[in-house]
Design a protein around this ligand. Structure first.
Ligand code: NDP
Ligand code: 8X3
Length: 283
């Protein structure tokens, strides 16, 4: 190369470096990304659906209550013009998960982001008094169901070497509280599965995150106490709990980081809560 060509070469290098930096700091745009949200019929899942819809994503929404999903779909389509494909799914049944996901129209099978949100607590009991049925429901949904959906979606993500799995864990995955051992064990499992999956995907361009909230006011407590409204209301009485949107904000934050950034874990608590059983209440 002649000496006269050198300054041009330097300018070109500087421009290329600048472009690389711009590419690295650019937020991930979720517009037109296909996002699958489990348990989208209520609470945190429904809030995630709304926020992804607002961001222009294409939504795959599932839960057991199809009529509730249809109403949410109608609202989101009217408000944001979102493309949405809705289907009934009970994630506890492996055969149903594979049939539903493999049966999706071809374009909808190209899932970019999976939000593993479906889950529940059933009962609040000591282990010596706990109901086997409650334990099975929690373990089958929160652990096995999450695994079934994840494994199915991963086939495609691994093939195209991109994607993002966002699990909804809980502070119950970090601290055990009395009478909550089985629910906590399922959320400890979600924590372990999140970290293990990140290791199993080592070297691939697939991100794995967990969002671990404290008390969020949803149907969670109503479900836990099997429709006992007074008991459910007491969980949030005299405090300011998180809203489903607070959690959805964290999910969107993870999903929109530049592709080289993986937010491994966000623990998000109400200011009024310091630990699962430590809640500051106005009397
Ligand atoms: P909700 O009860 O409001 O929502 C739970 C969602 O999960 C519903 O859409 C429900 O839909 C779905 N779901 C439950 N079982 C199944 C199943 N077998 N198959 C498919 N979908 C199912 O509670 P939240 O929004 O609070 O809960 C969402 C997640 O957040 C859960 O994993 C929960 O453990 C976690 N979490 C909640 C906290 C809270 O304080 N609320 C705190 C920390 C974590 P449908 O009944 O129609 O199937
Ligand atoms: C739900 C929050 O504290 O009831 O995961 O376990 S807690």
């Amino acid at each position: 190369m002649s000496d006269r060509a050198l300054p041009y070469q330097n300018v070109k290098m500087r421009l290329l470096n600048r472009l690389k930096i711009i590419k690295r700091v650019s937020k991930m745009n979720v517009k037109d990304k296909v996002v699958l949200i489990t348990g989208a019929s209520s609470g945190i899942g429904a809030a995630c659906a709304r926020q992804f819809a607002k961001s222009g994503a294409k939504l795959l929404l599932c839960a057991r209550r199809l009529e509730v999903l249809h109403e949410l779909t109608r609202q989101l389509k009217a408000e944001y013009g979102t493309e949405i494909y809705t289907f009934r799914l009970d994630i506890r049944h492996y055969a149903d998960v594979t049939e539903a996901l493999r049966g999706l129209p071809a374009d909808w099978q190209k899932i970019d982001i999976l939000v593993n949100n479906a889950g529940l607590a059933a009962g609040l009991d000591t282990l010596q008094e706990g109901s086997i049925q409650d334990w099975e429901e929690m373990i089958d949904t929160n652990v096995k169901g999450l695994l079934y959906v994840t494994r199915e979606i991963l086939q495609y993500m691994v093939e195209k070497n991109s994607g993002h799995i966002i699990n909804i864990g809980s502070i119950a995955g970090h601290y055990v509280y009395p009478k909550g051992a089985v629910y906590c064990a399922t959320k400890f499992a979600v924590n372990a599965l999140t970290n293990g999956l990140r290791m199993d995907l080592f070297g691939k361009k697939i991100r794995v995150s967990t969002i671990d909230p404290g008390a969020v006011e949803t149907n969670f407590s109503l479900v836990r106490f099997k429709g006992d409204e007074n008991r459910a209301a007491a969980v949030y009485a005299g405090m300011d709990p998180l809203t489903p949107d607070d959690v959805a904000d964290a999910v969107i934050y993870c999903a929109t980081r530049p592709p080289h950034v993986n937010i491994s874990e966000i623990i998000i608590m109400p200011t009024d809560q310091a630990a699962a059983t430590m809640v500051a209440r106005k009397s």
